[in-house]
Design a protein around this ligand. Structure first.
Ligand code: DGY
Length: 420
């Protein structure tokens, strides 16, 4: 890639973040996702930190402005009402729960890791900001350890949207909804239905929202006879990684770190239980039945990101990278459930790939990390800043001018970040 080409892409990516800025927070993309999403926002902060450090802090701070009293940071903050999105604030019914109208579930906690990255970029600006946000990050991690820890010491999700991998086959066998009632989806008015979760998936999503609403989103009440509880590699690896970063920041701030250190040990212990006994890879587990999903997803490769080396996964990664010229797909192309354009059932997502790449480079797998990064570079160069891409032919899918794709370009994929 020539210097001028990537500089043009840097500028384009910056403009996407600026265009998706709604005044101190970004939307993932106009139309399809018109609110502030949790992990999208954390990625946006990381992207902003490459050209506007003040705006980067603002993004994270605006996300934590929506933190509930119990420590949870919701997966969507509804800062305005947009009838073009479903399910909106009137469906979730969380009025009493937090300072800003929101959903009632959370999302993968990448925020502490990006706070650390933003702080490390400029500590003269960052030290005071870090002091303020640190207790909020800690309270959120504590919420995960209190309400989302399985007895295997992994993190479970209480809703497919909580993992951020909405329609992954990882949740297929975990729930049968009944009596959802009539509703109108809005997502399929923005993008083609073949790229979105099926109607059956949506019934499941809605049914769980209705249950939470009935129980007033009270975690104690919701924990009794949960109909959906799946131990998830995305959540477990990401929380472990984020807790390690939190521990580092606690030490820098010279505040008590014992509890955080215990969380790291607990999660580290739990990871091994996610290993599929037949295939050796890390996968999701239905906590109701103890059944392993048997799926190799992009989340199966997050172990290095969490600081865990693994020969078995390295072998599977090598094979996966041989099977396509694009970055890791969200579901193995050999799975009978593989569907190359349907959201989290096959497409490749640059966000997940950036986390895998970061982990690989940190643990010394420079060749693999470089390959993932170069593939991401050419994918974005050829196909643009889409939400995701077909992993075999690169066709862009979902929303366009996507915040987190632009952010990943700026903070990780762009050659402006130098070599590993
Ligand atoms: C959606 O609306 O598709 C979102 O992924 C829910 O978080």
């Amino acid at each position: 890639m020539t210097n001028s080409k990537w500089l043009q892409l840097d500028e384009k990516a910056q403009n996407i973040l600026i265009k998706n800025d709604r005044g101190g927070f970004t939307v993932p993309t106009a139309g399809l996702y018109p609110y502030q999403w949790n992990w999208d926002s954390a990625f946006a902060g990381w992207g902003f930190s490459t050209f506007d450090i003040e705006r980067a802090w603002q993004e994270l701070e605006s996300l934590f402005a929506g933190q509930w009293n119990n420590g949870m940071v919701p997966h969507i903050l509804f800062r305005s009402n947009d009838p073009d999105y479903f399910p909106g604030p009137d469906v979730w019914g969380t009025e009493q729960c937090g300072p800003i109208s929101s959903s009632g579930i959370s999302q993968p906690p990448v925020a502490a890791t990006f706070v650390r990255a933003i702080w490390e970029k400029d500590k003269t600006i960052g030290n005071n900001r870090l002091k303020k946000i640190f207790p909020k990050l800690k309270a959120w991690h504590k919420w995960f350890m209190t309400w989302r820890l399985t007895d295997r010491n992994c993190i479970f999700i209480s809703h497919p949207w909580e993992a951020g991998r909405d329609n992954s086959p990882d949740w297929d066998n975990a729930m049968n909804p009944v009596g959802v009632g009539k509703y109108t989806r809005r997502d399929t008015s923005h993008v083609d239905g073949s790229m979105r979760p099926t109607q059956e998936d949506y019934d499941r999503y809605l049914w769980l929202v209705q249950r939470g609403r009935k129980l007033k989103w009270d975690e104690e009440l919701m924990s009794v006879n949960r109909p959906f509880e799946v131990a998830d590699p995305t959540m477990t690896f990401i929380l472990l990684r984020a807790s390690r970063d939190l521990l580092y920041m606690a030490e820098a701030l010279d505040v008590d770190n014992i509890e955080i250190s215990e969380w790291c040990s607990t999660l580290r212990e739990g990871i091994e239980t996610l290993r599929n006994p037949d295939g050796g890879f890390f996968n999701a587990i239905n906590c109701r039945t103890d059944e392993h999903s048997g799926n190799i997803t992009s989340a199966s490769f997050l172990n290095w990101y969490a600081g865990i080396d693994d020969d078995e996964t390295l072998k599977i990664l090598t094979k996966t990278l041989e099977e396509t010229r694009y970055p890791i797909p969200s579901l193995s192309i050999n799975s009978e459930k593989f569907d190359g354009m349907r959201y989290w059932r096959g497409p490749t997502w640059v966000v997940l790939n950036s986390l895998v790449g970061i982990g690989l480079s940190e643990m010394g797998y420079i060749a693999e990390a470089t390959l993932l990064r170069k593939r991401t570079q050419s994918l974005i160069l050829e196909k643009g800043f889409a939400e995701y891409f077909h992993p075999l032919n690169g066709t862009p899918g979902g929303g366009d001018s996507f915040t987190w794709t632009a952010a990943v370009w700026l903070a990780w994929a762009s050659p402006s970040n130098g070599e590993y």
